[in-house]
Each structure stands twice: as C-alpha cells, then as structure tokens.
Design a protein around this ligand. Structure first.
Ligand SMILES: Nc1ncnc2c1ncn2[C@@H]1O[C@H](COP(=O)(O)OP(=O)(O)OP(=O)(O)O)[C@@H](O)[C@H]1O
Ligand SMILES: [K+]
Ligand SMILES: [Mg+2]
Length: 713
C-alpha cells in the first residue's frame, strides 16, 4: 500500500508543523525545568493568590490566612521580625502557586501550537453521500470546519487538511498526522477496517477520501488535546482527593493544638504573639506536599504527553501504576494488522479459478482490507466481475458477531448465495442449509492456522445445494520486537492475555510467536467484555489495548483503556487513553509513568511530614526560652540557634525555600526502576524519610547563621 505515497511527501524534512511538534516534545523531554520558567510563571503564581483559587488547596489556604494575619499584626505593631515572618509567609504561598503554574505553563506552549494547527480549517462538505453514487454528481459546499456536525460527509483530496474527526467511508489515502502526533512518517487510512479513523488537522498526502464526521463542534480530538495539555479539564484523582482530605485533617488538628497552646503559655507567663503562633502553625502543617501535590499530578499527565499518550482521565494514569493484567487485541495490535490474502486453497474437485471466482463475488462489496485483498488476489486469475453481474443481489457485510461476509444474488439465471468467513461460522452456515462439510475443509483451515495465518472458508449454495469450495489464506505479521517487550511486562508482574476473534489454532500460533501468557480465541465483543469483568472480579486491575469497533465495550470497561490512534473512532471514544504512536507495548511506559506518579507523591508526602517534625525542634524551644519552669525545653534547642526570633524566622524561611527546591523533583518525578513494591517502599522511607528529618537541621542552622546579621533579629 505504501506505493500510494508520492516521493516528495516523504522527504525527511517533514512539513513545518511536524518539526515544530518534534521540537516541542524535545523541549519538555527529560522533564528538566528551565530556571526561566520560574520567572515567566511568576505572574500566574501571583494571580492564583485569589482566595477563590486558594480554598481548593486547604493547607496553602491556611498559610495565606496566616500571611494576612501576620501582615495586619506587623502593620499594627511594626517590627523587623513581624515583617520578616509575614513577608516569607507570602513567599511560601507564591512558591506553592509557582509549582502549579510552572507545571501548567509547560502545557501552554504545546496548546498554542495545537491551536495553530486547528486554525481556520475549511471543509468540502457533500450534500449527500451513498456507497456507489456517481461521483461527478456530487454536490460540494465549502463550509468552515467549525460548522461540521456528526454524520456530515466531507471529501478530502491530496494536499488537503482533514477538517474534523471522522471515519473514512470511501477510499484509501496516505495521511501525514505529524501536526497531531509529531511523527512525520505517513500512515495509511482506509475505509472499512480498523484503520479508518482520521483526526482533524492532519494532512492527506495522496488520493482522495470521503470522511463521515463523528465529532461535535468544539469536541474534536484537537480540542480535547488542547484542554488536556492546558490542564483546564484536569480533575483531582481519587487518590489525590483522599490525600488532600488527610492533609486537611492534619491541618485542623494542628490548628487546634496551636490555639490551645496559647492559654497554657499565658498561664506560664509566656503569652505568644499572633506572629509566633502563625509561624508555629505553618511549620507544623504539611506545607511541602500541600504545595507540590497539584504540580505532581499535572506533571504525570505531561510525562504521558511527552510519550505521545493522551490520558483523558487522571484516574486512569493512577490505575496504570497498579495494573497487573493486560488484555490485547490481536490484529493490528500484536500483528501489523494488514491481513492480506496470500493464496486460495481449494478442496478436492474444485479448481483454484472457481474458488477465486466465488471469493471475488463474496468480496466485491466487502470494504474491509481483507475483502479488498481477496479481490486483488482473485484478479490475478483474470477474474473481473462488475456490479452488472448482480441483477437482483444483496451484499452481506462482515460483522464481528457473524464472522462472515458475502452476497446473495441471481446470477446468470441461477440463484446463488456465497459466504466467506471464520471456519466455524461457515461450517455452521453450510450445515444449517443441509450441506455437508468434508473433513478436508478442516485440514485445510488447520494447516493455515497452525502457521499463524487466518483461514477464511468459502462456501456456496445454489441448485446443487450448499458446499464448501475451499479456503483463502490471509497472512499477517507479528510486530517486530514485541516478544522482548512482553518479557519486560512479565518482569513488572503484568500478565498478558491476547483476545481475538480468530480461531484457536491461529491464536495459539500468534500467541506463541508474540510470547503472551494466555489467549482467548473466537471472542465476540461480548466475550472480550466478559473476560475483563471476570479479571476485575478476581481483584485484578486490568488494562486493555485495542483498535477496533468490536474492542470498544472492553476498552470502556477496562481500568486503563488504551486505544490505538490508528483505530476506529468508536475505540478512541471508549478508551481513557489514546496512544498516538499506536504501539501496544506503550503500556510499559504508561505503567512506569503511573508508578512514578504514585511513588513521587508518596515520597514527597513522607519528606514533608518528617520535615515538619524537625522544624518543631527549632520553634518550640524558641517560644519558651527564658520562661521559668520550662528550662527543660532548652534541651530541645539541639541546633544551638542564635536567638528565639532568629530560630523562628529561620524555620519559616527554610519551610518556604524547601518548596522551591523540590519543584524540579515534583515535575520530573522520582527515579523509577522496576522492583517490588516492598523494596520501593523501603528505599523511599530511607531516602525521603531520613532526608526529610535531617535536611531541616542543616538548612535551618545555615539560615540561622546568616539571618542573625539582620538587625533587629
Ligand atoms: N472481511 C471478512 N469477511 C469474512 N470474514 C472475516 C472478514 N474479516 C475477518 N473475518 C473473520 O472473522 C474473524 C473475526 O474477525 P477479526 O479477526 O477482525 O476479530 P477481532 O475480534 O477484531 O480479532 P483480532 O484480535 O484478530 O482483531 C476472523 O478471524 C476471520 O475468520
Ligand atoms: K510545614
Ligand atoms: Mg480487531
């Protein structure tokens, strides 16, 4: 099929949008942040100070309220200490907002370039379209792409841009999808099969296709992609919500503790100022994780975008971190999916020509790639039927339920039905019509299947009764390198199951070659769905990759449903992720990103809480220093800080700086190497727990050494 691509269009340079897309991906790859980003995101961070925005983050909202209180008290009773604390509390809130703004800012540039792609597209809409209608009578209308509605038909010719998402209903074309995927190699899009989906904004390089629009205005793939990278549609995931509630509870507990401290302190004759009480509260509550939580989530989605995966739900990204079963569709997912007719194998007493003739009649209206390849192969036998041969006929289209296709027609005064399809389905059809199926038919299909090919039995029914003529051998190729990647999945503790509508023998041959752990053959869409429910009922978290309309129910049911970008729009609508590279082993990276997200969140939570414990040692002794009866607390001043005011100020400054210091880690994610959950937990406790305990002692001491030179501290 690749000969369809004109030479000049495959030049390595690629069109400008492709280069821009690749550059854009390179910029964000690796996740390193440019210090300039911190500066450019500053205005956004300040804008986020609005209380309506801040309440969404309870921990930081408390810090903001504290900043207001200390500012008021600094105005009423000015002192260097009061101004220093209130200033750094405002900085703490700004730093937290900065983390989120930087995370969002990285998507904004990408959204800008996608917006340009969407631009002002013009569509060539057809007033009517039906299969086989004479093309010259087509009545075309030029309309803005924004006016397209589902069920509209548009025509796109070489050089034209596809105006909206849809399904190719007629024709085959090479399409440049680089504006959306960043990948400059053209892909084939064709009517009928599992490669019929086209995306608005992509460019047709060759030929002419008719597309049935499937998306509503404003809800196209590009629209969704823009909203996604900008983070405008991001909702908190269940785990994130749970952690937020936990952090809010901790905050309330510490508020109560600090409030009840005051009467106690007053009784001891060490009544504390508002500034000191707020400072104590802020050091105790988990500000580090409170500040970084949202950025961690955004960065996780972003890391998937960098890998050319669009996650349409944050819940799915989290679920990916815990997936232990992966279900894959065979054709087009594990294999290249270009099933081509390779040979005709007739039964005894039937010639190849007769079989080829019948197979062609059964495929004339079969718009699937398989159907077209049967027609092409039979033409090599000099057989060339035309629609005129069908006087009173009807086509029977292929369906995943019947697993057959064919035609019923009056043919040269005879009445005739022809079917081709899966061995079991056609055998059943012949038997129901009173025919006999020779054992030879079984041998033929088995021998094709044993080699990994897909046999299509061909049968006819006419005055002579129903009988099998032979089989078509469809060949497909397992994607290269797939076995190694499945081995990687096994090492990560993920079981792979191939599910296919194909017969058990073909399924076994392909399963062995691809190295999957298990397979399910002759599966209808309902079987695929049932298998997922069964795995889920067994407590497994299931991911599914597929491309066909018949995979859609399963993709919707799976915890992580990854649709191939080459697939049908039904599959892309049903899944919660789309892989722009259409690579089934991409799940390995999706799982890694999911795990990394969970680990990063866990590690920074551990760090944050351990951190606060240490700061306690700076502030509490300072509050009670010199108070009779509380000399014992002096022992807690193990850091030997300069004065009580410098101790408290140092703790607040450290508390704010640690947020900025951790922004790069939150965005890049904690390093992830495949290993057991226990080993990961132990490592994290060691690094982030211990680190969280030790860092403040060093940091606060250092800041104290500097801050003591500030006059008035
Ligand atoms: N165009 C066609 N005409 C008749 N029969 C077909 C046609 N295409 C496929 N079949 C038969 O129907 C069976 C099921 O179809 P298909 O393989 O597309 O199902 P599937 O569930 O999508 O599986 P897969 O995982 O292989 O994509 C095939 O094994 C083949 O025997
Ligand atoms: K804190
Ligand atoms: Mg399929």
């Amino acid at each position: 099929m690749l000969h369809l691509v004109p030479e000049q269009d495959t030049a390595p340079q690629g069109p400008a949008p492709a280069r821009a897309a690749r550059r854009r991906r390179r910029q964000v790859a690796g996740g390193a942040i440019d210090p300039k980003q911190l500066i450019t995101s500053l205005p956004d961070a300040v804008r986020k100070l609005h209380p309506r925005v801040m309440v969404r983050n309870p921990v930081m909202f408390v810090v903001e309220v504290g900043a207001v209180l200390t500012t008021l008290s600094a105005v009423l009773a000015p002192s260097v200490f009061a101004w220093l604390i209130s200033g750094w509390l405002w900085l703490t809130v700004v730093f937290a907002n900065l983390a989120e703004a930087v995370a969002e800012g990285r998507g904004k540039a990408q959204a800008e370039s996608l917006r340009r792609t969407r631009g002002a597209l013009v569509a060539r809409r057809l007033r009517t379209w039906r299969v086989g209608i004479d093309r010259r009578d087509w009545d075309e209308q030029r309309v803005p792409a924004a006016d397209l509605r589902p069920q509209d038909f548009v025509v796109v010719e070489a050089g034209g841009v596809v105006p909206g998402d849809g399904e190719v209903v007629e024709g085959v074309a090479a399409v440049d999808e680089s504006a959306v995927t960043g990948e400059s190699a053209p892909v084939i899009r064709e009517a009928g099969g599992d490669r019929s989906g086209v995306t608005g904004g992509t460019t047709v390089l060759s030929d002419r296709i008719v597309v049935r629009i499937t998306s509503r205005p404003g809800h196209t793939f590009l629209d969704r992609m823009i909203a996604l990278v900008e983070g405008t549609t991001r909702q908190k995931t269940p785990n994130e919500l749970a952690l937020n509630i936990l952090l809010a509870c901790l905050t309330v507990i510490f508020i109560l503790a600090v409030v009840s401290l005051q009467p106690m302190a007053a009784w001891a004759g060490a009544s504390q100022t508002i500034t000191v009480l707020v400072a104590l509260l802020v050091t105790l509550i988990p500000t580090t994780i409170g500040a970084l939580l949202s950025a961690i989530g955004i960065a996780g989605m972003d890391r998937l975008v960098q890998r050319n995966v669009l996650a349409l739900s944050g819940r799915a990204v989290e679920a990916a971190g815990d997936v232990n079963t992966l279900l894959l569709d065979k054709t087009g997912t594990i294999t290249l999916g270009d099933r081509q007719a390779a040979s005709f194998v007739p039964v005894q007493g039937v010639t190849q020509e007769l079989l080829a003739d019948a197979a062609q009649l059964a495929s004339l209206a079969d718009e699937t790639p398989e159907g077209r390849s049967v027609v092409a192969l039979s033409q090599r036998y000099g057989i060339q039927h035309t629609d005129a041969d069908f006087t009173h006929g009807r086509f029977v289209p292929f369906s995943a339920q019947t697993r057959m296709s064919g035609a019923d027609f009056a043919f040269r005064d005879d009445f005739c039905r022809i079917r081709k399809g899966a061995g079991a389905a056609v055998t059943d059809w012949v038997l129901r019509r009173g025919g006999r199926v020779p054992a030879e038919a079984g041998w033929i299909t088995d021998s094709i299947a044993a080699g990994g090919g897909t046999p299509l039995l061909v049968a006819v029914e006419d005055r002579g009764g129903a009988r099998v003529l032979g089989a078509v051998h469809l060949k497909d190729v397992v994607k290269p390198g797939i076995a190694e990647r499945f081995a990687d999945l096994r090492a990560m503790g993920i079981k792979t199951v191939m599910i296919t509508g194909d017969n058990p023998l073909t399924a076994r041959a392909i399963a062995e070659e691809a190295g999957v752990d298990d397979f399910l053959a002759e599966a209808t869409p309902e079987d695929k769905l049932a298998r997922i429910r069964q795995e889920q009922a067994g407590g497994n978290l299931v991911a599914m990759t597929g491309d066909g309309t018949n995979d859609a129910p399963a993709l919707a049911q799976a915890d992580v449903g990854v649709a191939m970008n080459t697939g049908t729009s039904a599959a892309k609508e049903a899944g919660n992720m789309v892989d722009l590279d259409s690579n089934p082993t991409k799940l390995i990276e999706i799982v890694e990103v999911g795990k990394q997200l969970l680990i990063t969140r866990g590690a920074l939570t551990t760090f944050s809480i351990c951190n606060d414990v240490a700061k306690y040692f700076a502030i509490v002794p300072a509050m009670f220093s010199g108070v009779a009866g509380y000399e014992g607390l002096e022992k807690l001043n193990i850091m030997g800080l300069h004065s009580s005011t410098s101790a408290i100020a140092s703790a607040i400054v450290f508390n704010a700086l640690v947020i900025v210091a951790l922004i790069p880690l939150a965005l890049r994610g904690v390093r992830y190497a495949p290993s057991s959950a226990h080993a990961l937990l132990r490592r994290n406790l060691r690094v982030y727990g211990l680190g969280g305990l030790v860092a403040p002692f060093l940091g606060i001491k250092l800041i104290d050494l500097l801050i003591q030179f500030v006059p008035g501290i």
